[in-house]
Design a protein around this ligand. Structure first.
Ligand SMILES: NC(=O)c1ccc[n+]([C@@H]2O[C@H](COP(=O)([O-])OP(=O)(O)OC[C@H]3O[C@@H](n4cnc5c(N)ncnc54)[C@H](OP(=O)(O)O)[C@@H]3O)[C@@H](O)[C@H]2O)c1
Length: 285
């Protein structure tokens, strides 16, 4: 990864931080994002220390806000004339419905619309840096998901688990659709399930409804390093050079939800997402 630049969203903890250590240890120049500058700078210093690479940059943005995602993209474009890998990792779970500053349901906005918008805003740079890669951290929960086009934001009926499953299926559909749109550009797009991993996942949910499950499952969970392994593999391995439009778990391709292979559905999700973030839907496509 010498000479490569990798941007990882949510690199201050959990899977993102471990992925940052993984690619930095291979020589990559790494940028991480987080919401709080002090926390992000502390994480960058620790990543540099653990990886032995001094090249770790910090970007600060609350990715639930589209204005912040746009500012983040501008800053990344100014800082990195070349971007070889984007790892879309930020995500979370909330048992109760609440809205972002843009008035959108938080889970859908943060888990799906934020990586959708960020990737689109960085696409030209990824294309000019090709061969390059977009790696999106989804979840096995995608297999239980359904894109409810009539109630994407859970206004009529909200369940935290359903919202999470939907957002993680949206990660996979986004990956397949962007892979199709970028065919021939040298930019690949893959998605992955990291496996149940011992992180701070869902700790921000005020109801702490996942806490008992997390507590019970903790002894069986992967370490963050193991949870980040497939993301690091997809970001760096020559074995997946040119591999695009695929979903992985444990470094192996895996079948995703049947609906994710329906180009009409992925195209429709792309169109709706583009409308919600104010982008033209026909970009690359
Ligand atoms: N852990 C698991 O078992 C598991 C299983 C399947 C899939 N996943 C997926 O893996 C990804 C990473 O999860 P994790 O377990 O590593 O979670 P985590 O420990 O909670 O880490 C989340 C990261 O995202 C950042 N973040 C959270 N909200 C943000 C926001 N609004 N704006 C910007 N950054 C934000 C946090 O940074 P700051 O707090 O510093 O801002 C942190 O760096 C998620 O997409 C999740 O869905 C996890």
């Amino acid at each position: 990864m010498n000479g490569k630049t990798v941007l990882i969203t949510g690199g201050t903890g959990g899977i993102g931080r471990a992925a940052a250590v993984g690619v930095a240890s291979m020589g990559a120049h790494v940028g991480i994002t987080g919401r709080d500058r002090t926390r992000a700078e502390q994480a960058a210093a620790a990543i540099a220390d653990e990886s032995g690479s001094p090249a770790v940059d910090v970007f600060v943005a609350d990715m639930s806000s589209q204005a912040e995602v746009r500012r983040l993209a501008d800053e990344v474009l100014t800082t990195y004339p070349q971007l070889d890998v984007l790892i879309n990792n930020v995500g979370g779970f909330w048992a109760h419905r609440h809205l972002t500053s843009d008035g959108l349901e938080h889970t859908f906005a943060l888990n799906h619309l934020a990586p959708f918008l960020l990737t689109n805003l960085l696409l030209e740079r990824l294309v000019s840096s090709a061969p390059s890669r977009v790696v999106t951290v989804s979840s096995g929960a995608q297999s239980l998901g359904r894109i409810d086009f009539d109630d994407l934001m859970g206004e009529q009926d909200y369940s935290g688990q359903r919202a999470y499953n939907q957002s993680k299926l949206a990660n996979v559909m986004f990956t397949y659709e962007v892979a199709r749109r970028l065919e021939g550009t040298g930019v690949t797009a893959t998605a992955l399930h990291p496996g149940m991993t011992n992180t701070a996942f869902s700790a921000e949910d005020p109801s702490r409804s996942m806490a008992p499950i997390v507590f019970a499952a903790r002894p069986f969970m992967k370490s963050p390093k193991r949870g980040a392994d497939t993301a690091v593999y997809l970001a760096s391995s020559p074995a997946v050079e040119g591999v695009t439009g695929r979903y992985f778990a444990n470094r192996k391709t895996k079948k995703s939800h049947d609906s994710s292979y329906d180009a009409n559905t992925t195209g429709r999700l792309w169109q709706v997402s583009a409308d919600l973030v104010g982008l033209p839907a026909n970009a690359y496509g």
